[in-house]
Design a protein around this ligand. Sequence first.
Ligand code: 5GP
Length: 185
Amino acid sequence: MSKGKLFVISGASGVGKGTVLAKVMAAREDLRFSVSATTRDPRPGEVDGVHYYFVTKENFEDMIRKGEFLEYDAHAKNYYGTPRGQMEEKLEKGSVLLDIEPNGAGEVKRSCPEATLIFIMPPSMQELERRLRGRGDTPEDQIKVRMERAIWEMEQKAWYDYVVVNEDADVCAQEILHIIAEKAE
Ligand code: 5GP
C-alpha cells in the first residue's frame, strides 16, 4: 500500500502551469513532483533530473521497449513519458504530482483509477496564444503546432475530475491546493 495519492495536472502549453505548479509545490512540502523523461531540448534554466530527464530518442525508445514508462506520448515532435520507478518510489513517501498531457492522463486513470485529474484552462484561447508568444522560448512554427494541440486538449477537459481556470496564478494555485488537501488527507 503506497502512502500517497496521485495528482495529475494537465493544461495547454502557455497556460501558466509552471508558475501555478511552483506555487503548489512550495505550499506543500509533502508533495513530490514526478520528473518526466523527454527528448526535447532543455529550455534556458531547465535542469536535468529536476524539470525533466533529458534523453535521446534512442534512450527513450529503449526505455519504452523495457517497459519503464507508466505512460508516454509523442507530441510537438518529441517524446514525453513518466518513468515508473521514480514515480513509485516517491509515492511510497507521500503524494505525487504529475504534469502530463491528456493522452498520458487518460493512461494513468486507466492504470490508477484512484488518481485525481485536474485540468488547468486559460481564460481564453487568445490569451493562451498571447502568453505562449510572450514567453519567448517557443519558435513561431511551434506556436501554430501548440495552438492546434491546445484546441484538442481543451476538448479533453470533459473527463477530468476538476477544471480550474488560470486567470490569476495565486488563485489558481489555491484552488488546486484545496483539491489536494481534500483528497490527500
Ligand atoms: P513542455 O515541452 O512545454 O515542457 O511540455 C509539453 C507538454 O508535455 C505539456 O502539456 C506537459 O504536460 C506534457 N508532458 C510533460 N511530461 C509528460 C509526460 O511524462 N507524459 C506525458 N504524456 N506528457 C508530458
